[in-house]
Design a protein around this ligand. Structure first.
Ligand code: PBG
Ligand code: ZN
Length: 324
């Protein structure tokens, strides 16, 4: 093997033009999915305290917000709903006139080409804040499945282009697939939160969505952070049940998982750059401690390098602006 002084790796780093010719990975606007929070009510356009520049919109304010996203050429959004009332079984989540269902219809009227993905989970709609039905102080897997299936169907009936179950119940992909196919929605893809960890990085999201569990935590259904082989089993199962896209969540502390999923499967991979990852960057940037643009681009590019195809990120609008 040739070595120094014949080999000089610096030769290809000398100018930006040379560097761009040999660049292996890059973030494109087409890779981005922007998460948005919709809240029941009127005249609401509130910044989330722990997530600067991220807002909760009531339907009347949503129109401008989605037009802005579409103008930036971000291809897709993922929607989270915050209902006025919650109950034990999360029924506002699968009400055909619920907040998400209203929001979908409005968005499809405003910006029909924007891909509308919906988060499918009970925790934003249950009084106890858990992702499923509670029985004997535990989240009951099999009682939850039909409700998730019903929720996904109600989103798709309202016009959603894709559903993204985030609950981590066993068998939910099959339950949702069967439910959609049974009503003729065989063309609607499922993006599964396949390897979703029980993470402290979801803290700011739970403020935003008012979805913190009222007792206990989510460790009996979300994955244990020390595990990686188990993530491959989760992904394998979701693919077997019919998932079209598999997600790793969070992203930053789970780059190794993104890489392993990429290497072991041929399905498109998504990574969720979650709320806590966003808030850390925003907080440091506000203090002038880091260069926000460079840190965000470096981080998202690293997710691409780890093997993800798409990134769900609250930075999406900023990134789209920077790349213009
Ligand atoms: C709902 C859900 C959560 C997130 C996405 N869907 C929170 C949770 O599981 O507690 C987290 C998103 C983020 O932190 O940005 N199950
Ligand atoms: Zn949930």
């Amino acid at each position: 093997m040739a070595t120094f002084p014949e080999v000089r790796l610096r030769r290809l780093r000398r100018t930006e033009a040379l560097r761009s010719m040999v660049r292996e990975n890059e973030v494109k606007v087409a890779d981005l999915i922007y998460p948005m929070f919709v809240v029941e009510g009127k005249g609401i356009n509130d910044e989330i305290v722990s997530m600067p520049d991220v807002y909760r919109y009531s339907p009347d304010h949503l129109q401008n917000a989605v037009e802005e996203v579409a103008k930036l050429e971000i291809p897709a959004i993922i929607l989270f709903g915050i209902p006025e009332h919650k109950d034990e079984v999360g029924s506002p989540g699968y009400d055909s006139n619920g907040i998400i269902q209203q929001a979908i219809r409005l968005i499809k009227k405003t910006v029909p080409d924007l891909v509308v993905i919906t988060d499918v989970c009970l925790c934003e709609y249950t009084s106890h804040g858990h992702c499923g039905v509670i029985d004997h102080q535990q989240v009951d897997n099999d009682q939850t499945l039909p409700l998730l299936s019903q929720m996904a169907l109600s989103h798709v009936e309202a016009g959603a282009d894709m559903v993204a179950p985030s609950d981590m119940m066993d068998g939910r992909i099959k339950a949702i697939r069967d439910g959609l196919d049974g009503k003729g929605f065989t063309h609607i893809p499922i993006m599964s939160y396949a390897a979703k960890y029980s993470s402290a990085y979801y803290g700011p999201f739970r403020d935003a969505a008012e979805s913190a569990p009222q007792f206990g935590d989510r460790r009996a259904y979300q994955m244990d952070p020390p595990n990686s082989r188990e993530a491959l089993r989760e992904v394998e199962q979701d693919i077997a049940e019919g998932a079209d896209i598999v997600m790793v969540k969070p992203a930053l502390a789970y780059m190794d998982i993104i890489r392993q999923v990429r290497d072991n499967f041929n399905h498109p991979v998504a990574a969720y750059n979650v709320s806590g990852e966003y808030s850390m960057v925003k907080a440091a940037a506000q203090r002038g401690w880091i260069d926000e643009k460079r840190v965000v681009m470096e981080t998202l590019t690293a997710m691409k390098r780890a093997g993800t195809d798409m990134i769900l990120t609250y930075h999406a609008k900023d990134v789209a602006g920077w790349l213009k």
